[in-house]
Write a new protein. Structure first.
Length: 143
């Protein structure tokens, strides 16, 4: 029986930079750090990769979890930091906020890129920005 979603996961070329963003700027907390060296058959079977090696961190924000991986093997293909939201794959990660305008201004001042300022939607506010790797982060204020 399925119980619900536990976490989403993303891959980054720079785990330390991603952690500065997700922990330092967004306030996530580290739950667990882990990884594996190349040559672990179980890791290769799980990921569907050959000679995989990675470092990873599981983060928590509120009741939600996010896993961030930095693969050192096999060599990952670079991502497009401006990948359109309509392209296949995970389109965005949504963060519930109490004051969308405040968070927009705070995050923008810290260097986060946004598509547009917060827009009114269904009695609240919403906006899309990007993490350092170009993954879309939605800020959602429900009133």
């Amino acid at each position: 029986m399925l119980q619900g979603f536990h976490h989403a996961a993303i891959s980054t070329p720079d785990l330390e930079r991603a952690l500065r963003f997700y922990k330092g700027l967004l306030g996530c907390e580290t739950v667990r750090e882990f990884g594996w060296p190349a040559g672990i058959a179980a890791a290769d079977a799980l990921t569907g990769l050959k000679d995989s090696a990675a470092r990873a961190v599981l983060l928590k924000l509120g009741d939600s979890f996010l896993e961030i991986f930095e693969f050192s093997s096999p060599k990952p293909q670079p991502g497009d930091p401006d990948r359109p939201a309509c392209d296949h794959g995970i389109t965005h990660i949504c963060l519930a906020v109490k004051d969308c305008q405040y968070e927009y201004q705070r995050l923008q001042a810290a260097g986060m890129r946004f598509h547009a300022p917060p827009q009114a939607q269904d009695g609240g506010f919403v906006c899309y920005g990007r993490d350092p790797d170009g993954n879309i982060i939605e800020l959602l204020e429900l009133v």
